[in-house]
Write a protein that binds this ligand. Structure first.
Ligand code: CA
Ligand code: CA
Length: 233
């Protein structure tokens, strides 16, 4: 079925559907305004639990029907309705069968971004219970996650039911936070063993890393609907 706006949280008043994705229970990537930009993480690393210890397939755009670059206008990217081919194992992150379903993955955003306020997660399909469900995101300035960290919020990823070849992206948003690294603390799956998902991208409200950005381009759009309060650790 075509992608439909899937609101599972508070959506801003201006929230509009800007793109549709073929796929299934996975909804469209949505946002509520222009002037947001894709962040292409430079690496993803398992920092606790989980297995195998290679997570690069989450951020190398493997399996995406359309690619993007760091700074691509998110609205234009969404209009391409990017899906993920999760029928190919080398496109995915998945744990070995029977391995823990919880753990942490750290994303290096490749720069310091002042207004990170959303992400897109391409999960899996077929209703596989190993799909990632609950997780917490934590922003950090230098990747040590011991100081300068901010808890972004808790999220739940819906169970993807569709064909593996065209998994749709799920958009999430949160209150803007400055971040150079983001830790994903995975707390649950959808009832089976292990953990699996396919790709992760982040979104920011300014066109350049804060070290380069001109001020004043902050927007009010997020790429999804999950708003959460953040708190200082
Ligand atoms: Ca991938
Ligand atoms: Ca730190």
């Amino acid at each position: 079925m075509s992608g439909l706006l899937n609101v599972r949280g508070l959506c801003s008043v201006a929230c509009v559907l800007l793109g549709t994705l073929v796929s299934t229970a996975h909804a469209a990537i949505i946002n509520d305004g222009p002037n947001h930009y894709m962040i292409d993480p430079v690496s993803a690393t398992v920092s606790a639990g989980l297995s195998p210890k290679i997570a690069s397939q989450l951020v190398d755009q493997s399996g995406l029907s359309s690619g993007y670059t760091n700074g691509t206008l998110a609205e234009e990217y969404k209009a391409l309705s990017p899906t993920h081919n999760s029928a190919v194992n080398s496109n995915l992150y998945f744990t070995d069968f029977g391995d823990p379903s919880t753990g942490s993955i750290d994303f290096d955003l490749g720069g310091t971004f002042r207004d990170v306020d959303g992400f897109v997660l391409w999960s899996y399909g077929l209703g596989d219970g190993s799909q990632i469900d609950g997780f917490t995101l934590i922003a950090d300035d230098d990747g040590d996650f011991s100081s300068g960290s901010t808890v972004i919020g808790d999220f739940n990823n819906p169970l993807g039911m569709g064909p593996l070849a065209t998994v749709g992206g799920e958009g999430f948003e949160f209150a803007a936070v400055e971040a150079s690294f983001i830790r994903m603390v995975i707390t649950s799956n959808h009832g089976s063993v292990g953990n699996i998902f396919s790709e992760m991208a982040f979104v920011r409200a300014t066109p350049e890393p804060s070290s380069f950005a001109m001020l004043g381009i902050a927007g009010v759009f997020g790429i999804g609907v999950h708003r959460r309060r953040r708190r200082k650790q």
